[in-house]
Ligand binder design. Structure first.
Ligand SMILES: [Zn+2]
Ligand SMILES: [Zn+2]
Length: 206
């Protein structure tokens, strides 16, 4: 049995087995920085590696493009496969995306209108102090007639109970949620005439 040679450390091993060809300083085919190239016959014209790193190798294989960020204006690189997946261009980062794609630029934006579960038409109107971003169109047309914002306590109901009829003469303002519950349950009569003009006459006072 042949005894296995004993190596003290890596330097000793290297001295016993010198490299067949020394490394060569050459420029990376992609980033053009000079690096110490190992031998490699793969797709190489001079017998040495072409790229300084795996990053450069992949970037050289990829046929991506550079785009300008729509939010911050910085130039960023997007791979071809990513362009196929989500379309070319856009923003450079998640932070920029979150800032840029709001309101009308948001993918889910439908001209600022939505219908809620009751079939009421809602309009986009972000307000200070309100978590919801939409306001019902019946409240919006009441606001236009009475000339001031409604308070949280004021409840707007429709005389014909049809969620699509938001004309001012079909609307009635209940001064509190309890008045609304009483009118709905029958303790108070359901109104037959709009009271918006009375509210408009007393502008400013809820
Ligand atoms: Zn490189
Ligand atoms: Zn950006």
């Amino acid at each position: 049995m042949i005894p296995l040679p004993e190596y003290k450390d890596r330097q000793h091993w290297n001295s016993v087995h010198p490299p067949l060809l020394p490394r060569k300083a050459k420029a990376c085919d992609f980033c053009e920085s000079v690096f110490n190239a190992k031998r490699s016959a793969h797709r190489s014209t001079d017998g040495y590696k072409r790229y300084c790193s795996n990053q450069c190798r992949f970037r050289a294989m990829d046929r991506g493009d550079e785009f300008q960020c729509l939010n911050c204006g910085s130039v960023f690189y997007m791979k071809k496969s990513k362009q196929d997946r989500r379309g070319p261009g856009g923003c450079c980062s998640k932070e920029c995306r979150d800032v840029y794609y709001v309101g009308a630029r948001c993918k889910g934006f439908r001209n600022g209108y939505v219908a809620n579960a009751r079939g009421e038409h809602m309009t986009l109107l972000p307000r200070q102090g309100y978590a919801g971003k939409y306001i019902g169109d019946h409240r919006l047309s009441a606001i236009k007639v009475i000339g001031r914002m409604l308070t949280r306590d004021e409840f707007v109901i429709r005389l014909d109970r049809n969620p699509e009829h938001n004309e001012p003469d079909n609307l009635f303002i209940c001064c509190s949620n309890s008045e609304y519950s009483k009118r709905r349950s029958g303790s108070l009569p359901w109104p037959v005439k709009s009271n918006l003009m009375e509210y408009a006459a007393t502008k400013g006072q809820p």
